[in-house]
Ligand binder design. Sequence first.
Ligand code: ZN
Length: 514
Amino acid sequence: LEQVGEAVLQTALEKWQKENPRTYNSYKKASEKEAEQEYYPFLTSISYDLACRFHLHKEQYPGIRIQASSRRVYEDSTCAPHLMGRLGLMNKEEYEEKRFQGYIATDRLGKTGIERYYENQLKGKRGLKLIEFDKNTLKNNIIFEDQDPVKNEVQLTLDFPLQKFTETVLDSYPGKDGKGPRLLACVLLRAEDGQVLAMATTPRYDLERFGKDYPQLKDDPRHPLLNRCIQNFIVPNPGSVFKLVTAMALLEEGIATPDHTADCQGYLFNPRSFRCHIWEYRRGHGTVDLPHALEQSCNIYFYRYGELLGIEKLAYWSKKCGFGQKTGIEGDGEQAGLVPTPEWLQGNTFIPPEERSWTTGLTRLCAIGQKIEVTPLQVARFFCALGNGGYLVQPHLVHDPEKNYRESEPLCSSNTMKELLKGMELVTYGERGTGNRYGLQAFGFIGKTGTADTSKGEEPHAWLAGFAPKERPEVTLVLMAEKAGHGGEVCGPLAQKILDFYFKKLKNRIPEEF
Ligand SMILES: [Zn+2]
């Protein structure tokens, strides 16, 4: 009773004391004795049978009592477990803190994810019923009743069928040569304001079995406890997806105009370093302007102009576009990623002192997204801005219609935006677009592929980011497959399936509309 809440309890007790001082006094005596003892749960989820047997012989077990508690029931305990989060019993410290806030020792507390973030709303309110039992007449008399528990719910922006379908698509990705690894993340946001429609990551875990599976989960080298949309063991680099940030900076800073060109012979100075990806075929892209450099993802263009832009300006624009900082989405464990600068390198004690001086080469690599570290959610947020006229959004899982989720100023001028969109359209619609072979035009999808180099001998990270339909962007999609291969080849077919589900199943629209 002591944990029910001061005010309610006080009212009830006063009423009781007034109406029946005799029984009240005996209760008082008993409860004082009880309050001297602390109870902590040591066995949970015991069977009904065991509980009954205990009750019949409880005098044999002094100091032990049975306490009923609530249990979370899942519609699907494998769906978005990282977002939902886990409930768990309180440890001693948590209990000491919570016991005067309406909690009892057997209550479960949100430990991660939404469960933790919205604990105050989700915990609900304990009701109270005081019953007087007359041992002579064997009748119960209800002295006080407070059974008006507030209906506590938190409604997520997630589209359950879309979330489920996206997870299935990620799970079914066979990996290169059917061998894996299958470490994937996919974020779908509403382009207009950053509402999270789906946020899928694979591998996952089962909320219902978490306690039992934990020993294997924590030692699994694939790190299934990570929500790869916002966190990672090593935060991946975005590769060419990032060229849109560089392109925005180049145009806004006046370093390049849309028709400035670069000549790509397949490498910058010699074939040994600073190559373009096309050098794989021992040739170059020839002369490319900005939209076509985006279409074919030419590294040479971005090496050259990125060098002219300089790291300070590139870092400024990266941060403006939301990189190197958390998005602030509800939940926990979100990582900020990294936008390196000369100051950061200088102060990085993990790197040998002789390697701490910034070089032009590093600026070039940043310009093509190689030394940057990003989360798929950060990329999705940036692409929402590209789709909604330039406004950076606040990704969120619970939508408040009163709140404004868009920044008031656009990231760049509408002229700049026009050129970026031209480049993105060429990626899927252009003759030489890196994403033109996967049927994404059926949904009016435009965007950018990325193939981000990893350690030598390992496959690159595959990325795809963009939105659809291009005329009235409503959904932003970002896919990332770790060490999986080429961006378009790996992510294109997966994106096709997800967008097909989104438009045909959810929106019931025919592709011909685009
Ligand atoms: Zn090139």
